[in-house]
Ligand binder design. Sequence first.
Ligand SMILES: NC(=O)c1ccc[n+]([C@@H]2O[C@H](COP(=O)([O-])OP(=O)(O)OC[C@H]3O[C@@H](n4cnc5c(N)ncnc54)[C@H](OP(=O)(O)O)[C@@H]3O)[C@@H](O)[C@H]2O)c1
Length: 315
Amino acid sequence: MMKAAVLHEHGGPEVLKYEDAPRPEPKDDEVLVKVIAAGVNPVDTYVRQGMRSKSGTDNGPMIIGYDIAGIVEKTGAGITKFKVGDAVYAYLPIARGGGYAEFAIAKEGEMSLKPKNIDFEKAAAVPLAGTTAWQALIDTAKLERGQTVLIHGGSGGVGSFAVQIAKARGAKVIATASTANQDLLKQLGVDQPIDYTTTKFEDVVKEVDVVLNTVRGDTLRPSYGVVKKGGIIVSITDEPDPAECAKHGIRGSRLMAHPDARAIEELTKLIEANKITPIVSETFPLQDVAQAHQQMETHHTRGKIVLKIAQDPKG
Ligand SMILES: NC(=O)c1ccc[n+]([C@@H]2O[C@H](COP(=O)([O-])OP(=O)(O)OC[C@H]3O[C@@H](n4cnc5c(N)ncnc54)[C@H](OP(=O)(O)O)[C@@H]3O)[C@@H](O)[C@H]2O)c1
């Protein structure tokens, strides 16, 4: 058995119960990871509330959590890339989850060796948000050196990785956040930070190559007019309006991120080259997972929040 935060029913943060659960056993193509830290993402709160019916609790108790960092405990017969004792991190698919627990299952295509220069808590902040930022800016927008990108929500989980990926790519970065997070935007290397509480971005931004929208609400509508012809809006929240995109001669794409070891390996290289530093603003013990969800649901988290599940055996 192991300790985990288990969902027996959908609802508010209080439905997450810290209790004993069966320890998973890896199949041939699976790796069992002893979890040291687990990242918390907005989607965790949606699944908890039952917004993703297929991954609901209808089939019995479930364990959510899609970001883990830990140590390989056991490998299935078909595993070739990882061995017992490896420090790893992984982006678990929504259909499986299992991260809020002392042990979790990952597949080779979802994981990478952990960057050597960061601890497990920082590593657990990376996979889902970092992969989303990578798939938005690099795989979808094909951001290039010298281009300009506007990032809505540059201080959040996805935004803080997106800013650093874009800077590492050699792009000029404009990003929005509230007054309290202007210092973080500057620390991340944003060239033109915008305080959305005092300045309308559409008044000061024009002719960008790429917009990355990580915010829900009214950021898309004024975005169409700030993109140069042939440019692109990638949104990870609301769907860009095809008619508006056509009117402005731009492309629009709504991205659904997915686990991809190749993206995590690229992130590992950038972290080890000190081009990306994960921003962890708060950590909670697994027992206090409900508090972590309350913070996530403010939609004003600075960087990432992480659950600490076990001690680093070497730290
Ligand atoms: N499609 C996908 O595959 C995918 C993947 C990951 C995430 N998502 C979604 O993308 C969204 C962002 O995810 P996340 O993990 O980055 O969330 P997060 O960590 O909660 O991001 C919150 C950030 O958004 C900023 N923000 C809030 N309102 C803003 C506004 N009006 N203008 C500019 N910034 C604003 C906040 O900054 P201030 O506190 O300074 O306001 C905060 O730093 C969520 O809705 C999530 O569900 C989708």
